[in-house]
Design a protein around this ligand. Structure first.
Ligand SMILES: [Fe+2]
Ligand SMILES: [Fe+2]
Length: 280
């Protein structure tokens, strides 16, 4: 595991490093993998701030206004299937424009977009399962005293709105490779976050929020569906999407741009979790 600074890391923080390294190890592009791991090391303070925020939120029953802000803002940082699909749309457009001139290159780009579709399958419920939006709605509504006021934009913190627009723009406006870098860090990071919070949410639901084991299992389904390898396989699809896209478009991996996106992602996520942490 990566050596982090001299402050002793908590169990939650260590879990995040271990899980991110585990996900990132799937990336075959070794220089890019090195940049991902270096970015993680240089943002160890951000990772600490994120894990501390979750740990403190999941220790007590905070006022309902705080819980609404937590679930409204957190959702903005993890709900990104729409921009994954937006990026896939951009790639298929470029592939269509290339198809008459060079069918082989077009095919590589279509394969890249296909891999992006696989990243969004579960969120969109394409296998007939409940859409993840529904599972999140069930969880957030249960934990905010059974009303769904948490969905009001008034509860979403500015840092969370900024995080979402930054992530969306990286996929919908920036060069396509930049969007793909954002996907790499998001999927690997998400794997780590969800593995780290699963036991904490389980204890909080039962011991603090008073749910029976059966109720807790149902309410926490949004978390469990992402665990057990789901997000790690999204990371693997993101790696393949980048590789096919570079092959088809002739784009190069710009390590400096990638590093900037990776670090910025962790800093912006930490900004949201810190702003939340100030509330509890
Ligand atoms: Fe999801
Ligand atoms: Fe994912």
């Amino acid at each position: 595991m990566i050596a982090i600074d001299c402050k002793v890391p908590s169990k939650a923080e260590t879990a995040m490093f271990v899980e991110m390294e585990d996900a990132f190890s799937q990336l075959e592009h070794l220089p890019l993998r090195g940049v991902l791991l270096d970015s993680l090391r240089s943002e160890s303070e951000s990772v600490r701030a994120i894990s501390e925020s979750f740990v403190h939120f999941l220790r007590a029953k905070h006022p309902v206004e705080v819980r609404r802000k937590f679930f409204a803002s957190w959702q903005r940082t993890n709900n990104s299937a729409m921009s994954v699909e937006g990026l896939a749309n951009r790639i298929t457009k470029q592939a269509e424009e290339t198809s008459n001139a060079d069918a082989g290159r077009a095919l590589s780009m279509f394969r890249s977009a296909g891999r992006l579709n696989r990243v969004a399958d579960e969120d969109l419920g394409v296998g007939g399962q409940l859409q993840h939006f529904e599972l999140y709605y069930r969880m957030a509504t249960e934990f905010t005293d059974h009303d769904d006021l948490w969905q009001s934009r008034q509860y979403c913190l500015n840092s969370a709105k900024e995080f979402k627009s930054w992530l969306d723009l990286s996929r919908l406006r920036d060069p396509i490779t930049t969007g793909l870098f954002s996907l790499l860090v998001h999927e690997g990071y998400t794997h780590a976050e969800l593995e780290m919070i699963a036991p904490l949410f389980g204890t909080w639901a039962a011991d603090v929020m008073g749910l029976s084991p059966k109720e807790a299992r149902k309410v926490l389904a949004w978390i469990t569906v992402h665990n057990g390898g789901t997000e790690k396989s999204h990371f693997a699809h993101s790696c393949a999407a980048l590789s096919h896209y570079c092959e088809g478009s002739g784009s190069e991996v710009d390590l400096a741009v990638a590093g900037e996106i990776f670090r910025s992602y962790l800093q912006r996520k930490a900004a949201v979790m810190k702003e939340l942490h100030e509330l509890f």
